[in-house]
Structures are given as C-alpha cells and as structure tokens.
Design a protein around this ligand. Structure first.
Ligand SMILES: [Zn+2]
Ligand SMILES: [Zn+2]
Length: 641
C-alpha cells in the first residue's frame, strides 16, 4: 500500500500502482468526469499514470491553470492528428499550449495553406474527438525514436530527438497519430467538445531565421460549446476596449518612432488622468505614514554592481552611458530600490525609527525586445508607484497588513472587485537556493500568510514561487471581461539589506539588519492605466475622468453664459470644457457621447434666462434642468472617493 496526501491534508491508502484517475473515482464519479491531469509531488502527470510511492496528489480540472494547459497541449496533438489525416505527408515541429489555447508549427511542403481551411480541420478534430481515443504514453529508446521518425520522414522531430538523452524519451499515441512528447496529456480526446482555429502565421524552425519557415496554426478548445461562445464574445468586447485603440480615440497617449519604440508620450488628457491617480495614491500613502522621495533617472554602474542588478541584467539591458572625461559609467535606472537603500543609509537608524517608508513615483528603463512591446503594457520606460519599507523582523506582519489595506483601498476606488492573492513561498525541499536565514524565512512566510488571512483575502499558496531573496504576495485581479491581470505586488527582501549593509541599532545596542519590503499597488502607471482603460472600456470613474463635463452652448449667443458657468466649476476643481464649435446641438451631444464625457451641460435661451443648465449624463440621457450650484453639489458628491 502507498499513502496519498490530498490538498486538504487528508491521507488515503491505496494499492501501489494506483492512478490519479482511480483516486478521483474513489472520491466521486462526478470529480472523475472532470479530471484532466494531476500534480504528483508537484509535477504534472497523466491522470492514467501509475503512482508507485507515497505521494502528494492534486487532481487537476479545467479550473486549474495546469489542467487547462494540459487540455490545450493535448488539443495540439488532436489538431496534428486531423492535419495528418487531411494532408498526408505533413511534418510536425512543436505544439505547445500557450496562455489561451495552443499552436502547432507544421510543414505542409509545397502546399499553400490559408485560414479558409480552418472549418474543415475543426470538423475533423471534432470527429476525432468523438472517438474518445486515449492518449497512450510509451517510453522508447533513442534508437527506436530515431528509426520511427526517419521512416516517417519528419526531420523536425529528428532534430528534437538529437538533443534528448537516451532513457528520457516518450511517445504518445492517440488514435492513428503518434508524437514525440514528454506529456502530460488529458485522459482521452473525448474531453474536447468545442474547437476554434484562430489564426495562421509563419514561424522559423527553432526561431532561427536561417532555417525553414513553418506554418504556425493557433487554436483554442473547450470542454463545453458554451465556453467557446462566451470566449468569442469576450474577444469581440476586448477588441472594442483595446487600450491602444481607446488611448488614441480618447487622446490619452501616443508613441513616436522618432522618440523611440516603447517610450510612451502622455497627451494632456492622459496626463490629467495619470496625475489624478498619482495624487490619489500619494494622499493615501501620506496618511499611511509614507514619506515621498525623489531620485535621479540614472545611477553609477557600481550602484548596480552592489545591488546585483548589473550581474543579472547588465548584458541584456540598456548599455552604460559613459562620461566624456572621467570615463565613468552610468546606467539608466532599471529599479528604484538601490537608490532608496542609499537614502536609508544616509544616517544612523535606531530600532525606534523603524519602520521607515520611502515612496517614489520613480521612472525606470528596461530594455524589451521590439517584438515584445505592446501598447502601454510592455514598454521600455515606465513609472512605478514604488515604495520601500525598512522594518524590524517583528514588524513584517503589521507592515504587510497595512500594505494590503492600501492595495484594497486602491482596488475599491477603481472598481476592481474580483481578486485573489497569490502567496509565493520557498520550495521547502530545496532551501539552499534561497538567501537569508531559516528563522527569517519562517517569520516572513508566516507573517504573510497570517496577514492575508486576517485581512480575509482569498489566497492561493504557491510553493517554490518565491524569489530567491524573499517570499511575496501578488494580487491577481479579474477585469470586467473576466481576464486576469497581476496588479499589486508586495515582496519581502533579505538580499538588498545584506548587499548594501543596511543596519539599525537594536534595543540590545547591537547592529541588526532591517527587512526590506518592496511594494507597488498599481505596478506601473503605464500598465495600470492600460488595464483600467480596458476594464472600464474608457468610461472612467468620474473622479478620474480627464474631462468631467462639457458645456454645449446652443449658439454663439450663449457663450458668455457658458464661460460664467465654467468659472464657477473651475473654482471647485471640477474640470471640463466648452464646445465652442459652430455645430448643431445634436451633433455636439453625439460627439461628447463618443468621447465618453460623463456630463453634458446644455445652455440656450431658456437656461440663460432662468440661470440654470440642462444636464445630460453619458449613457443615461436627460437629467432635467438644475441650477449650477445644484449641479456642483451633485458632481462633488460623486467625485469624493
Ligand atoms: Zn504532447
Ligand atoms: Zn524595489
């Protein structure tokens, strides 16, 4: 018999050689119908693979990231089977799962291929799926593997086998199709109920431009037809909300090739939005005991040698700037932390001074390959809402709780209601790859877990996901379309205090190392604004709107009155504009709707005579007429966060 430990901590006894699928069946038939794969001692396995020793087992379903990726990777095999059936002689490269779906790189020989053939392939995949063919794992020797693919004439698989050590090679067969693969896969093709091929592109074999260009076919599959329908609807919505598209339409930001790729230029309206976010967070941080600091955009190379960033990223990042005379080298700042460490060191610290909390909206520069750049979400220069807390080990939990409060306050004000916290701890089996004492790790890890519990967060604990220098907590936020974004990171760090020899004098009069905590509720202003645009589809909360109202005079005659109203609102810090164009009022209203301006104030003969405004709200229509004081009260109430 062997002992199987399940995620809830319960331990069950089974015969040696039991499979995860059988374990699922012993728990419930319903569960077994949904099991796609299993994590056995932290490794993802086929649910049909026998377990020979005491193990921890987590059954994976569609709701687990690893369950989904196993499903999608298995779907790549199914697509390959369909392609081989439809186009005999097709050769296959690699077919991995990706964030949403999968692809397979294939060589059709001289055949032309276009997306017009997708439907035929989808139908074939569904036909093969209905056969419920099992994915059968078979270890093979290197010689047998080479023989199989030599006979088949697939030079790509032979190229892959070349790099594999003998004894590590496995084949998987479903139906008529056999692939070189280390797995794992879902139990059988019958789990795949809905198929959609998404796009086709060219891809060089092994990413090498000197080698043959293969055809990459992207697809996505689901366990239910309704999931596919929902997904396609979400994609349509996402296209409409794409921050690159809305950023242009709403005149928030732009890029210029002359300035450089990946370097955003914030337009006046985008700047107004960003400034409001900055002020909002700054105010909350001041209340929470943070002090604002400012540091330069470059730093001496030695600073990053000390911090370790140079050794780790130096060669792959922007290269040093040289001074013309002294021959000194400076780097564009990739991170604010080293600068803040030096601020901490600027005077002696006592245990009574801690915690010290330094905040900076610090702009950093990191080299990203041009192909990786994407709107505001992947850029080469961005501003972090950064802060570093220096505290005693016994203060870590309290500080963590305060940061969680701050992050939740930010989410609440911006309408992010669905989030989970991912707690990343060290791998208990492999403690040597982490720096810092056991005692400090234990303290910090339990501090994070307890802080998250006491704050009532929904948490997922990931072992082995901690950075080598400390455990962390990340917030995963679901946006209005159900897409997940990582926002808000809180990271404990034992490394930098060590490298910078940071100290404080304890109550025992001895020198001690403080613990450093990095945190950024937004992450970066650029990425956060991008997520926010897509989350609210450009309809920002009123307090953030770059233009909160627009006054629409019916004709030139009422411009003076409009200006008077605008002055009253400006005095109360309510921002907006007047549409002075010589256009019909219907046109002015339509244009304001397109720009998603929250309030429209229409003024004409009747309004100016009675000293009122006719108010329309974006998306709601006519609110009737009111005095400017009444309007001011209403909007002020709404703006107060
Ligand atoms: Zn595979
Ligand atoms: Zn930092």
């Amino acid at each position: 018999m062997i002992s199987i430990t399940l995620p809830d901590g319960s331990v069950r006894q089974y015969d040696k050689g039991i499979t995860s699928m059988q374990i699922a069946q012993s728990i419930s038939e319903g569960l077994a119908r949904n099991v796609l794969a299993a994590e056995v001692n932290g490794q993802v396995w086929d649910a049909s693979r026998p377990i020979e020793e005491d193990s921890t087992v987590k059954l994976l379903t569609w709701n687990d990231g690893n369950g989904k990726s196993t499903f999608w990777h298995s779907s790549a095999h199914l697509m390959a089977e369909a392609l081989e059936a439809l186009y005999p002689g097709t050769k296959f490269g690699i077919g991995p799962a990706i964030e949403t779906g999968f692809y397979y790189d294939v060589d059709f020989g001289d055949r032309d291929f276009s997306s017009e053939e997708f439907k035929k392939i989808e139908d074939k995949m569904l036909e093969l799926a209905r056969q419920k063919s099992e994915y059968i794992r078979k270890p093979v020797s290197k010689a047998d593997a080479v023989e199989y693919f030599t006979e088949k004439g697939d030079e790509y698989k032979l190229d892959l086998i070349k790099d594999l050590p003998d004894g590590s090679i496995t084949f998987y067969t479903q139906g008529e199709f056999t692939d070189l693969c280390r797995g794992p896969h879902i139990p059988n093709t019958g789990f795949i109920k809905a198929v959609k091929l998404m796009s086709v592109a060219g891809a060089y074999w092994r990413g090498d431009e000197s080698r043959k260009q293969l055809t990459r076919i992207y697809g996505v599959t689901f366990t239910k037809q309704s999931e596919l329908t929902e997904y396609l609807h979400m994609l349509e919505e996402a296209k409409k909300r794409d921050h690159r598209k809305l950023g242009k339409e709403l005149e928030l930001f732009t890029f210029s090739e002359k300035v450089g790729m990946g370097l955003p230029l914030w337009l006046p309206k985008g700047t107004a939005l960003r400034e409001r976010l900055t002020n909002f967070l700054q105010k909350a941080q001041t209340k929470a005991g943070y002090e604002q600091v400012i540091t330069p955009h470059i730093g001496h190379k030695n600073l990053y040698v000390t911090s370790g960033h140079y050794e780790k990223y130096g060669a792959d990042s922007f290269q040093p700037i040289h001074t013309p005379q002294e021959g000194e080298e400076f780097l564009l700042k990739p991170m604010n932390c080293p600068h803040h460490c030096e601020i901490y060191k600027s005077k002696p610290r006592s245990y009574k001074d801690l915690p010290v909390r330094y905040a900076e909206f610090g702009t950093v520069y990191r080299y990203e390959q041009s192909g990786e750049l994407h709107g505001l979400t992947r850029v080469r220069g961005f501003t972090q809402d950064d802060a570093h807390l220096f505290c005693r080990p016994d203060q870590v939990k309290e500080e963590f709780k305060k940061v969680i409060d701050l992050v939740l306050y930010v989410f609440g004000a911006l309408g992010f209601e669905d989030y989970t916290a991912q707690v990343s701890l060290r791998d208990p089996e492999n403690k040597t790859k982490y720096i810092g004492t056991d005692e400090n790790w234990a303290l910090a890890e339990s501090a994070i877990k307890e802080a998250a519990d006491e704050k009532g967060l929904r948490t997922v604990v990931e072992l082995g996901e901690a950075a080598f220098y400390g455990p962390k907590l990340d917030f995963m936020v679901k946006d209005a379309l159900g897409r997940k974004w990582q926002l808000g990171t809180i990271q404990v760090d034992y490394n930098l205090p060590e490298r910078f020899e940071l100290e404080y004098t304890g109550s025992d009069n001895q020198k001690h190392r403080p613990v450093m905590i990095h945190r950024a509720p937004f992450g970066s202003m650029e990425r956060f604004v991008a997520v926010l645009i897509e989350h609210c589809g450009g309809n920002f909360p009123l307090w953030l709107s770059p233009e909160q109202y627009i006054i629409l005079p019916i004709s030139e005659k009422y411009e003076e009155y409009a200006k008077k109203l605008s002055d009253v609102l400006k005095d109360s810090d309510i921002c907006g504009l007047i549409d002075f164009r010589d256009e019909k009022i219907g046109r002015k209203i339509r244009d304001a709707e397109v720009k998603k301006i929250p309030y429209m104030l229409i003024v004409g003969e009747k309004e100016s005579a009675e000293g009122v405004v006719s108010v329309r709200k974006h998306g709601q229509g006519d609110l009737g007429s009111m005095s400017i004081e009444e309007f001011k009260q209403q909007i002020t109430k709404e703006i107060t966060v």
